[in-house]
Design a protein around this ligand. Structure first.
Ligand code: DC
Length: 227
């Protein structure tokens, strides 16, 4: 019997991964790791210091001097809680740009593997099933149409009182998809052994239930049941 249970949820921006992965982790009573928040933290730090993604040497130095961790659901960059600062459209774009840089990925992937070595986890991102946790017990590739993803984002932003344009949001999503899927290092692809889930016509609860069933099947199939 394995000691550590790992769930990998990958997919494009706005597919609802974070909300769903958090709920799945809560149901299982295990940790949730939002790897996108880690790339966002790098995007936030590098852009606020004026470090260009083209300046690979400067990015490398920045990474050597960067500490990212989670505590009680907060993301902590060099000792500072940065939850709200990394959820802007500018940081979404910066995260996508800096996440294409190998020195950034190397460090964050190592940190993520370390987090998963210590305890059971649900981890979401773009390369979890393919690169960070290739041995994960359950792998899901979660997606939705670009229009559905844009509508969800539009609703989130307007609920927060942030003015936005649906067409612009969809275009941003398509641009990010393209960058994330076509970058040279660890592009977003579905792992061969991942289950494909299109959430366009599903509610959050339905997606959480569907993943819960996959987990139950896996646990039932493992001799001795859940660790
Ligand atoms: O999931 P998110 O939107 O918070 O991710 C922000 C960016 O980080 C996204 O454009 C792609 C990148 N990312 C990545 O390259 N690998 C991951 N495991 C997670 C996110």
């Amino acid at each position: 019997m394995k000691d550590i249970f790992k769930v990998a949820i990958d997919g494009p921006s706005g597919a609802g991964k974070s909300t769903i992965a958090k709920a799945v982790a809560k149901n299982l009573g295990i940790d949730y790791v939002d790897t996108g928040a880690m790339y966002r933290a790098v995007g936030y730090k590098a852009s606020s210091r004026g470090v260009s993604p083209e300046d690979r040497e400067a990015v490398k130095h920045l990474m050597e001097d960067t500490d990212i961790d989670f505590a009680d659901g907060d993301i902590i960059l060099d000792g500072e809680i940065i939850n709200d600062k990394i959820r802007t459209p500018e940081i979404s774009k910066a995260a996508s740009l800096y996440s294409a840089i190998p020195e950034v990925r190397e460090k964050l992937v190592e940190l993520q593997k370390e987090m998963a070595r210590k305890s059971d986890v649900v981890m979401d991102g773009r390369d979890i099933g393919t690169c960070v946790l290739p041995e994960a017990d359950v792998k899901v590739y979660l997606t939705a149409s670009s229009l559905v993803r844009a509508r969800r984002r539009y609703r989130e932003l307007t609920e927060k009182g942030i003015a936005c344009d649906l067409k612009e949001i969809e275009q941003d999503i398509l641009d990010r998809d393209h960058r994330d899927m076509h970058r040279e290092h660890s592009p977003l692809v579905q792992a061969e052994d991942a289950v494909y889930l299109d959430s366009s016509d599903m509610t959050l609860d339905q997606v959480v239930d569907a993943i819960g069933r996959l987990i139950d099947q896996k646990i039932d199939g493992q001799a001795g049941g859940r660790p």
